[in-house]
Design a protein around this ligand. Structure first.
Ligand code: ATP
Length: 279
């Protein structure tokens, strides 16, 4: 994983070479009281690639994405987007990136059109009316434009969130469970859209997902987090080979269960020896 960082050259993340990478983080850490949500993670993401961030519930995926967006301030470490330190200079690169997350709600009393119009204004988009109409058509939400955002179904909100994320045609797209709440047909259609977006625009996509079929379809590379740490990092095929498995689902289960077994064994040992069990 350190080798990956070496691509930024001897000047490190603050040097010119780092600006070529949509994402570069070094020893990135976030501590919430007694919980270390993200624990000294380091990696760079190559332009035009799609990277999946995997991990069980509470592994640190959302916290990592939030730090990349400049929404959560790191406790320690460096976080760069196109070379800019987003914890300080987020606005330098805000127009080049966008995100979608089921955890970030748009103002519920506004209509979808009003919301998309406000966001288009914030991103400094010219021809706002035309752009909103185009994106709505592209994501097949034109019929929802004059509905109140708060009255939409979960799946409809997800699609509106993706429309918002694509408004400024971002070079870097951060997605937190992009097909959550979508029916299988719509989820499949959205995956096709994202795949085409990455290919046609040469966009870089970082997505957190629990859906392994989605990851197999979209990701060039997979980063697996466990308790805030990176435990695997590589192309899906490499992971399948390393674990001798046919699907990423099987690899994911093997990693999760290996660690569960480890914790279980440590807890038994702690009881037997009268020491504190690990957290
Ligand atoms: P999930 O798959 O369940 O969405 P995740 O991998 O996205 O999980 P995070 O949401 O990043 O995980 O959470 C990582 C850890 O940090 C969890 O233990 C969580 O409880 C904790 N955490 C996240 N945000 C906060 C916060 N604002 N205050 C305190 N603890 C937090």
């Amino acid at each position: 994983m350190r080798d990956n960082l070496a691509k930024c050259g001897s000047e490190g993340l603050s040097g010119e070479a780092a600006a070529a990478f949509p994402v570069a983080v070094r020893d990135l850490t976030k501590v919430y009281g007694a919980v270390t949500a993200v624990d000294r993670i380091s990696f760079v993401i190559e332009p035009g690639t799609t990277v999946a961030l995997l991990g069980g519930n509470g592994a640190g995926k959302t916290t990592t994405i939030s730090m990349l967006l400049g929404l959560v301030v790191p406790t320690a470490g460096e976080v760069r987007v196109f070379g800019a330190d987003v914890s300080r200079d987020r606005y330098q690169v805000a127009h080049r990136m966008n995100f979608q997350s089921p955890y970030v709600d748009m103002p519920m009393r506004l209509t979808v059109r009003q919301n998309l119009t406000v966001y288009a204004g914030l991103y400094g988009i010219a021809n706002v009316t035309e752009r909103v109409a185009y994106i709505a058509g592209d994501l097949q939400i034109t019929a929802l434009l004059d509905r109140r955002t708060g009255k939409l179904s979960a799946g409809q909100k997800t699609r509106v969130g993706l429309a918002k994320a694509l408004l400024n045609a971002p070079e870097l797209l951060l997605l937190d469970e992009p097909t959550a709440s979508l029916d299988p047909d719509t989820a499949d259609w959205i995956r096709q859209k994202l795949q085409a977006y990455g290919r046609e625009r040469g966009a870089t996509i970082l997505l957190a997902s629990h859906n392994m079929a989605e990851v197999e379809r979209l990701a060039h590379r997979v980063i697996v987090l466990e308790a805030g740490r990176i435990v695997e990092d590589g192309p899906p095929k490499q992971l399948l080979k390393a674990y001798g498995r046919q699907t990423l689902e099987e690899v994911f289960l093997q990693i999760a269960r290996r660690n569960d077994m480890g914790r279980h064994a440590a807890a038994i040992a702690a009881v037997e020896t009268g020491t504190e069990p690990p957290p």
